[in-house]
Design a protein around this ligand. Structure first.
Ligand code: SF4
Length: 367
């Protein structure tokens, strides 16, 4: 169930409206419909950062826009990393909350991609209520959903900061994207539409902990986006230990939803599987996972566990990781094992680390 947003006195972001919303806005403001096209062109093709730059609109109309919206770029509190490495952007929202967006070059990509492309890992909520046991976001708890303009604003802001065009997006930042489904769906429309940012649907991946009914709702939207499941266990016994959401949507219910997804979408589903010593890394676990993946023709990304402060789990030995991978490969499953050490972007939603600035300085906040 989606949570209610706290009301704020802040102006909404202009980046949160679809073309249809702008048509309705134009009509409500006594303007012809074509003004809506002009506005989205300024926002998404010409990428202006001020309403004053929208020079084919009258002064009166620009003033109306200024009174009702903010242009929507998010202020950067800090950017860390270089263009050759993972680069993290810490953005401050209107209410002072902080979110992190991560630019990942192919050589550090979440699925071992070597194509040279850049992928942006986008947040969907401030905090998260789902408390997956490996994820520090769960420790921080849930604060609020991101607005549509805050989701789109992350992409626009990184483009603005780097001068790059972002063509690949994963919703694996802070938060459970499917718990913010209405806003996520609208953001996907803005990111994907030719009047918007025109990012190919196949280049956008939504990662979920397994919210079965929301997977079915997302399956029904016509865009051919990709789906990644933060799986981490192929049986209820294992998954119950790691993912509290499994109590609500046990694994058979999840796979029922994935069957629905498969009937609607042509893309391969990806299973993210963090290998945790003694919890989900046995060869029997690998065999169960192979069966599940085979049935759905899913791809598997194995990610050796990274220590999270305050959590007890350990990463399995290299030999065990390789033996696990071999079971999948021998079953003809497309599987990758991340071999880099100490990688700080984990391929599960909300596995980022965020540092929050306080009056006392910078303290690490779990994300
Ligand atoms: S993995 Fe995703 S759903 Fe689970 S606690 Fe972290 S952010 Fe939330």
């Amino acid at each position: 169930m989606e949570t209610t947003q706290p009301t704020t006195a802040f102006l909404p972001s202009a980046l949160g409206l679809t073309l249809d919303d702008w048509v309705r806005w134009a009509e409500a403001n006594g303007q012809p419909k074509f003004r809506a096209r002009q506005i989205v062109e300024w926002l998404y093709q010409k990428r202006v950062t001020s309403f004053d730059d929208m020079t084919n609109l009258s002064r009166d109309l620009r003033d109306r826009l200024k009174r009702q919206f903010v242009p929507g770029l998010l202020p950067v509190v800090r950017a860390a990393g270089s263009n050759d490495t993972t680069r993290k952007f810490l953005f401050r929202l209107d209410d002072g909350r902080l979110i992190e967006t991560v630019r990942i070059p192919a050589n550090a990509n979440f699925d071992g991609d070597r194509s040279g492309r850049i992928t942006l890992c986008v947040s969907s909520q401030v905090g998260c209520a789902y408390a997956c046991k490996f994820c520090a976001s769960g420790l921080a708890g849930f604060t609020r959903n991101l607005e549509v303009g805050e989701i789109v604003g992350q992409v626009m802001s990184v483009e603005h900061e780097t001068g790059e065009s972002i063509r690949n997006i994963v919703f694996m930042g802070m938060g459970e994207p499917l718990a913010n489904l209405t806003r996520l769906t609208k953001a996907l429309e803005i990111l994907n539409s030719d009047w918007g940012m025109n990012i190919g649907a196949r280049h956008m991946t939504v990662s979920t902990s397994g919210l079965a009914p929301q997977i079915e709702k997302l399956a029904a939207i016509p865009r051919q986006i990709r789906l990644a499941i933060s799986l981490h266990g192929a049986t209820d016994k294992v998954r119950d230990q790691i993912m509290p959401v499994n109590k609500k949507y046990p694994i058979d219910r999840l796979f029922e939803a994935l069957d629905t997804w498969g009937r609607h979408k042509k893309q391969m589903i990806t299973f993210e599987y963090i290998l945790i010593e003694g919890v989900n890394d046995s060869l029997e676990d690998a065999a169960e996972l192979a069966l599940r993946a085979k049935k759905l023709h899913a791809k598997v990304n194995l990610i050796p566990y990274n220590t999270v402060e305050g959590l007890q789990w350990k990463r399995p030995e290299k030999d065990q990781q390789e033996a696990f991978l071999a079971i999948l490969s021998n079953a003809n499953i497309t599987a990758t094992l991340r071999r880099e050490k100490g990688h700080d972007i984990d391929a599960a939603c909300g596995q980022l680390r965020l540092q929050e600035e306080t009056a006392e300085g910078i303290i690490e906040k779990a994300v």
